[in-house]
Ligand binder design. Structure first.
Ligand SMILES: NC(=O)c1ccc[n+]([C@@H]2O[C@H](COP(=O)([O-])OP(=O)(O)OC[C@H]3O[C@@H](n4cnc5c(N)ncnc54)[C@H](OP(=O)(O)O)[C@@H]3O)[C@@H](O)[C@H]2O)c1
Length: 275
């Protein structure tokens, strides 16, 4: 656990998930401060977790060793400029989970090239099952990288990329990825219902199958391709289904979809950089 005081700027979904994960990992709640304009949200966080709260971002930032930016992209420039006016010495480590905002923009809004870790989580971080990709600016020390990773690990699995541009690919794969799987689950559930299954059973079987497949892929050494081949007996039901998916162009369709998300991520990053 990090000994530094951690301030979360923005007390919405992502901050709440990270706070929940940190506290479950044994972090002292009094070492965590959350700032947000909404007093009701703050009261809820204080009651649920025992963390310190404030409506004033600069007060939250005062004395914090680590500042986690958890606001929406649209208010990021305003919040960073506000924080830049109140930074004491030593300067804190900034961690941004804000989707689409480049490190260069954050440093520009803060007024200097401070140590900064950019993170791209995904929605399952809400239940500490996220995939969270991290990138650090050159000003960030090994110790600070470890500190940032400790905080983000509260949301799930973490891994580092060496090149910030890869964040757009990460956004297209794991950032938007939960929705791809939800769509497939929706389709499978409906197919089960159409075949006469009880709707509740169709949903449960779909979810458990997705979970079981994901756990197998994570826990055994074989690749997803090897796992698929092993459950596909020649002439069997799975082979018949996969033949339909392949002849319908599932591979090129999914590749095109992920590529479209990648292009959109780059485009949004460019637009947000102009703020
Ligand atoms: N949720 C995800 O799965 C996910 C995944 C990847 C990345 N992210 C990124 O994480 C960031 C936070 O997402 P989220 O889902 O937690 O959003 P959220 O629930 O809307 O939380 C943002 C919080 O910031 C508050 N806020 C607004 N203006 C503020 C200000 N000037 N100072 C301090 N706080 C302010 C908002 O209050 P109001 O509601 O009153 O405006 C809200 O409580 C976003 O940038 C998003 O791109 C989220």
């Amino acid at each position: 656990m990090t000994q530094e005081t951690i301030a979360f700027i923005g007390g919405g979904n992502m901050a709440t998930s990270l706070v929940a994960g940190l506290i479950a990992d044994g972090q002292d709640p009094q070492g965590l401060t959350v700032s947000d304009p909404d007093p009701t949200k703050l009261e809820g966080l204080a009651r649920r977790f025992g963390v310190r709260t404030t409506r004033d971002n600069t007060e939250a930032a005062r004395g914090a060793g680590l500042l986690v930016l958890c606001v929406k992209p649209q208010v990021a420039s305003r919040v960073c400029r506000e924080l830049s006016l109140s930074l004491g010495q030593p300067k804190p480590l900034f961690v941004s989970v804000i989707a689409g905002i480049r490190e260069e923009s954050i440093q520009q809004w803060l007024g200097e090239s401070l140590p900064l870790v950019r993170a791209m989580p995904n929605t399952p971080a809400m239940i500490q099952s996220g995939a969270i990709v991290l990138h650090a600016t050159p000003q960030t020390s090994e110790y600070q990288r470890d500190q940032a990773e400790t905080v983000l690990r509260a949301g799930g699995l973490t891994l580092w990329v060496e090149c910030e541009e890869q964040m757009d690919a990460v956004t297209a794969l794991s950032g938007s990825g939960p929705a791809y799987f939800f769509l497939l689950m929706e389709i499978l559930e409906q197919a089960g219902i159409d075949l006469g299954l009880d709707p509740e059973h169709a949903r449960l079987l779909t979810i458990q199958t997705a979970l079981g497949a994901a756990r197998m892929a994570m826990e055994v050494d074989d690749s997803p391709q090897e796992l698929r081949e092993r459950v596909t007996s020649p002439g069997g039901t799975t082979e018949h289904a996969l033949n339909i998916l392949n002849s319908g162009g599932i591979r090129s369709l999914v590749t095109k979809a992920v590529s479209a998300a990648h292009e959109r991520s780059k485009e949004l990053s460019r637009l947000l950089a102009r703020e």
